[in-house]
Ligand binder design. Structure first.
Ligand SMILES: Cc1cc2nc3c(=O)[nH]c(=O)nc-3n(C[C@H](O)[C@H](O)[C@H](O)COP(=O)(O)OP(=O)(O)OC[C@H]3O[C@@H](n4cnc5c(N)ncnc54)[C@H](O)[C@@H]3O)c2cc1C
Length: 285
């Protein structure tokens, strides 16, 4: 690990000032659950660490006008347990509940998770189908970015080095729709997913009225399966239709071989778990 200067500002403005001053030579540290590993393995070698552990802003979770506002410094455990999130977006509470262990979730933050951009993380598929946006602040101003435009590639985002994620804005789940988050874990319960699928759906009069599906861990970023959604909306909600529509995900996933499974296995499991998620949310399980 290289030597670095450690800064512990007490306000967001001070933190933004430090990032403006040191630019790409500085790295923000929130919970430190991923950053410490990157530093220890010398995968990154910043000259300055700007720790947010003394900053008391940006940790609230509130709702107004049908939108949940989750502070970027809220912990993942805060989201999992938040009555506001449980009531308005139970899918999101469940996605955060599935992250690693309670010890990790007690420390890991929402903003750190967004910026780390590991495609196997649990929250991204749910954030995609809920239509979440990220608020990123810098000394230059503020941007609101749709979550799908934040994830760029494996561990890469479109955030600038001087930006801090201060908020996630998540529209409430549609009322009357069923939801599920399936995390397929052939190894231990606290592992990253081999394949994950988040889905929301509603059938009306035997037809698919609304369906949203996204997958994690099977491409450089979490991906929304619009091809499946487009094939199903307005069609009869039958087992055969769901089975046929699910096949289309094998064309949009791009998995890699790793200790959690081979690429061909993950491709096959993407189809299987998409179908199971659809069956659950469309009442055919
Ligand atoms: C053992 C282990 C198991 C895990 N298992 C899972 C799992 O099953 N599912 C899952 O989803 N995740 C898992 N994770 C990942 C975990 O969710 C991330 O480590 C965590 O989200 C990062 O948050 P943090 O606050 O600790 O960020 P940090 O480690 O402090 O930072 C991570 C990155 O984000 C940047 N950053 C931090 N905060 C901000 C901010 N507010 N604005 C801009 N950039 C910022 C940092 O500069 C760094 O690049 C696991 C992690 C560990 C260590």
């Amino acid at each position: 690990m290289n030597d670095f200067a450690f800064h512990a500002p007490e306000t967001l403005d001070e933190a933004l000032g430090l990032l403006a001053q040191h630019g790409a030579d500085a790295k923000v540290m929130a919970g430190g659950t991923s950053l410490t590993t990157l530093l220890k393995q010398s995968l990154i070698a910043p000259g300055h660490i700007v720790s947010l552990h003394r900053v008391r802003e940006c940790a609230a979770i509130e709702a107004s006008d049908g939108v949940i506002r989750i502070g970027g410094l809220a912990t993942q455990r805060d989201v999992e347990l938040s009555p506001v999130v449980k009531e308005r977006a139970p899918l999101l509470a469940e996605a955060y509940r599935r992250v690693a262990t309670v010890r990790i979730r007690n420390v890991a933050t929402v903003g750190g998770g967004v910026a780390q951009a590991d495609p196997a993380m649990d929250p991204p598929p749910s954030l995609l189908i809920l239509g979440a946006s990220v608020v990123a602040k810098s000394a230059r101003g503020e941007r609101v970015i749709p979550i799908g435009e934040v994830y760029a590639d494996y561990y890469e985002t479109t955030l600038e080095p001087d930006e801090i994620v201060t908020e996630l804005r998540v529209p409430a789940q549609p009322s009357g729709a069923a939801w599920t988050y399936i995390k397929y874990l052939p190894r231990t319960e606290d592992d990253y997913a081999t394949v994950s699928v988040a889905a929301i759906g509603r059938a009306e009069g035997g037809s698919v009225a609304d369906v949203r599906v996204a997958l994690g861990a099977v491409a450089p970023t979490a991906i929304r399966a619009s091809v499946v959604e487009d094939a199903l909306v307005g069609q009869p909600a039958t087992s055969d239709a769901l089975r046929e529509a699910s096949q289309a995900v094998s064309e949009i996933v791009d998995p890699t071989d790793d200790p959690r499974g081979s690429a061909w296995y993950k491709r096959d499991m993407s189809v299987v778990f998409t179908r199971r998620a659809l069956e659950q949310v469309l009442g055919l399980a």
